[in-house]
Design a protein around this ligand. Structure first.
Ligand code: CDT
Length: 329
């Protein structure tokens, strides 16, 4: 049975350091209105959609950057977005930096229903980059300095289906989609700020667009879910950010995409009913998965090459024969 949710991937162009929250919210409201005119039920904004991507800078005293965080949502500056969404009867997803009353800092996303009520919250699990100042880099990526890690992936009922969220670097990890998939996720919303330049290995720079699509499309297909990937794009404080926001069907096919690096809306009619075509056939988890042989995935964090394989590599001339795994008895 078809269950259509018309989704707008609301990519934003850069947000500079001096842009005020009020100015940014005005841009988001404009995208929201454009989405409402296009018949959207749900508008998806990017990661950290209210501010510049501040983890590109080091400050000795982290509290100096607390002004980039929201202590209450909606607050006085973000309230107009919630009010306009409720007036238009359109829901939205929004990424922002969250400072809790207990003093924890999270890279957070929320989903808001058509009445302007928050119905789901997610805090980024996979924090990329580094925790220490690395002045050799053209710019820093200090998410591991500014943010605490989130506790896990939840799903939420909304817009007639099962909704999930992940944030930027999460999209590169297959575990993200699989945990969401195991919870029945039918539509995953994923905002991102992806610098084109990757300092530890610049050979990856030209592949940023390819890697973005590769991860989002395989995550969608292998879990039979819609995936909406939305960028904050363009040249932000001298740092080039990837655009290429996309809406991907459970088949893994791209249904809509952005072609600029500015504020732009890409719209697709997402039939949540289509998820069943994959979830109930090729990727019928209940029938085909073998969790009893996947233990390594949760038991182990880093790579451990088995000792017999290490030994065989160290002694290539030893012709005692390679151990066959698993042993027959
Ligand atoms: N925002 C974010 O998570 N960006 C990362 C950059 C990785 S390189 C430090 C990403 O995966 O796109």
């Amino acid at each position: 049975m078809s269950r259509i949710v018309t989704v707008g991937a609301a990519q934003t162009g850069p947000i500079q350091r001096d842009d005020t929250r009020t100015e940014v919210v005005e841009r988001l409201v404009a995208l929201l209105r454009q989405g409402a005119d296009a018949g959207c039920d749900l508008i998806v904004f990017p990661e950290l959609a209210l501010t510049t991507f501040f983890p590109r800078w080091w400050v000795e005293d982290r509290a100096e950057f607390d002004h980039f965080f929201e202590t209450v949502i909606p607050g006085p500056e973000t309230r107009p977005l919630f009010d306009e969404a409720a007036r238009l009867g359109v829901g939205f997803h929004l990424g922002y930096a969250e400072l809790t009353p207990e003093g924890q800092h999270f890279n957070t996303a929320i989903v808001v229903d058509r009445q302007g009520t928050v119905i789901g919250k997610y805090r980024k699990v996979h924090l990329p980059g580094h925790h220490d100042h690395q002045p050799w880099r053209e710019f820093q990526h200090l998410e591991r300095y500014y943010f605490d890690p989130g506790a896990g992936f939840g799903v939420f009922a909304g817009f007639g289906g099962v909704l999930g969220m992940a944030i930027c670097n999460d999209r590169r990890w297959s575990e993200t989609y699989r945990v969401l998939g195991l919870k029945g996720c039918e539509l995953a919303m994923i905002g991102y700020n992806t610098p084109i330049h990757y300092a530890p290995d610049p050979s990856q720079d030209v592949l940023q667009g390819f890697h973005n699509r590769l991860c989002l499309q395989s995550g969608a297909y292998q879990n039979g879910m819609w995936v909406v990937g939305v960028a904050k794009a363009g040249e932000e404080e001298g740092c080039d950010l990837l655009g290429e926001s996309v809406i991907i069907a459970p088949s893994g096919e791209i249904r809509a995409s952005c072609s600029t690096v500015g504020d732009e809306l890409a719209v697709a009619e997402c039939d949540l009913g289509l998820c069943a075509n994959y979830k109930e056939t090729l990727f019928d988890f209940g029938y085909y998965r073998r969790p009893e042989v996947y233990g390594t995935i949760t038991a182990q964090q880093g790579v451990v090459v088995p000792p017999d394989v290490v030994a065989a590599l160290e002694n290539p001339d030893d012709d005692t024969g390679g151990a066959i795994w698993p042993p027959s008895n």
